[in-house]
Design a protein. Structure first.
Length: 404
């Protein structure tokens, strides 16, 4: 689960990570108020207004309606409301949102932390993530902060250092120092960075996160180290024990079909293809997607209806798949183990009749207990549903439907 930058910063702060202070606002007036308060709290007289969406690249991204960037600087209190107005309610398009962009409902009004001083402010990159290959956590750090880390990884991978952390032992003090040294720091900035990394790692562990990305981490002109941006991804499987964090979920940022599926207890992930599929079991679902590709189609989704599929789950699955305008055919591939094929077949026919205006052909492949009875129910229904028993038959039918 992703959370917004303003939420992530609050969470980090709770673990002692120094952040660029800010106050969230959902109207231009509230943004002005936030700036007034921020001035009282921090003394800042320059303000950064930052669109809150679950995507990066906001600084370079543009709001469709106004042409404003997603992160803008206001050098006067009187400019804050106007600049916030140019972002709020607009659709922000960044290289991470796709061309359709994301509607901005909130802005974070933050203190300017790039103020001049004894040294130049300098941006760094820091992330902590789960490395599944080694079963450990890994800290990635680079002096090339503020930029697209994907580009750095592509062109100058030697500029990203990695430090693996055994989750059983946790981050050792020498490891935090090693990372800070690798960033070329010395003196007070080095000490600050060690503290920053240590607090960040504690936050990562304490929140059951699978990914933290702080880009940029800033060394201010007076050698403070702080998080200017924060991308936090919490492991969904830990939300049962992270109740406070679970409440930070913003469904407006999620795919509406995925939200609806979750409410029906279905495991659904939208993809870009043209063949909708409904399958029981994640392994079978993946094999089915492979098969769709093999016959020249592209899966429109991943949908696992679970072991106990019945008429209600089949109908919910149908409705969700049919809301995707790209779907040209639906393939139902169910193994009758816990459920009997004849019951699934009846469920499919019932759901079909209940939804009514199904405009795409449906291929149903039932295998396992009572497979033949299931196929007969489909064939006798008189609906535009084709039955198949072997995977090959199902694939051939998908192919002929796509070519028709
Ligand atoms: P992203 O573009 O979505 O990753 O958003 P960031 O939070 O990383 O901000 C983008 C850029 O805005 C940063 O790389 C900075 O260059 C700039 N920025 C952020 N905070 C400040 C600030 O306090 N002062 C100034 N002058 N620039 C800032
Ligand atoms: Mn960033």
């Amino acid at each position: 689960m992703n959370i917004h930058e303003y939420q992530a910063k609050e969470v980090l702060k709770g673990y002692g990570v120094r952040i660029q202070e800010g106050i969230v606002a959902d109207t231009p007036e509230a943004a002005h108020e936030a700036a007034v308060k921020l001035n009282e709290q921090t003394g800042t007289s320059w303000y950064v207004i930052k669109a809150q969406i679950h995507a990066g690249g906001r600084g370079k991204g543009k709001v469709n309606e106004t042409g404003s960037n997603g992160v803008v600087l206001a050098k006067k209190l009187e400019d804050v409301a106007e600049k916030a107005k140019n972002i709020l309610g607009g659709t922000l398009v960044t290289h991470q949102t796709g061309p359709e962009g994301k509607v901005v409902n909130k802005v974070l009004v933050a203190q300017d932390v790039y103020y001049p001083g004894a040294s130049e402010p300098k941006e760094y990159y820091l992330s902590i993530l789960l490395d599944r290959a080694t079963g450990s956590n890994v800290i990635m750090a680079s002096t090339e902060g503020g930029m697209d880390i994907e580009e750095v990884a592509e062109n100058t991978p030697e500029k990203i250092m990695k430090e693996w952390i055994d989750p059983k032992v946790g981050l050792q003090p020498f490891q935090a120092r090693k990372v800070a040294f690798a960033l070329g720091l010395s003196g007070n900035a080095l000490k600050e960075m060690v503290k920053f990394i240590t607090a960040l790692y504690n936050a990562y562990e304490g929140t059951d996160s699978s990914q933290f990305e702080i880009n940029p981490v800033l060394k201010t002109s007076d050698d403070k180290i702080l998080a200017v941006d924060a991308k936090v991804n919490i492991d969904d499987n830990a939300l049962y024990r992270q109740k406070g964090l679970a409440e930070l979920r913003d469904v407006a940022e999620e795919d509406p079909l995925e939200v609806e599926a979750g409410e029906s207890g279905l495991n659904y992930v939208k993809l870009d293809g043209n063949v909708g599929c409904m399958v029981n079991g994640a392994g079978l679902a993946m094999a089915t997607m492979d098969m769709i590709k093999l016959v020249g189609g592209e899966p429109a989704n991943f949908l696992d209806v679970g072991g106990g599929a019945n008429a209600t789950t089949v109908e919910a699955g149908f409705r969700i798949i049919l809301q995707d305008p790209n779907v040209k055919a639906i393939l139902i591939n169910v193994f009758g183990g816990i459920v009997r094929c004849d019951r699934i077949a009846s469920g499919v026919v019932e759901a079909y009749k209940s939804i009514g205006d199904i405009r795409v052909p449906i291929i149903v492949r039932l295998q396992g207990t009572n497979a033949a009875e299931g196929a007969k129910i489909i064939d006798d229904s008189g609906l535009k549903v084709f039955s198949a028993i072997t995977l090959k038959e199902a694939a051939d039918k998908v192919q002929s439907v796509l070519e028709a």
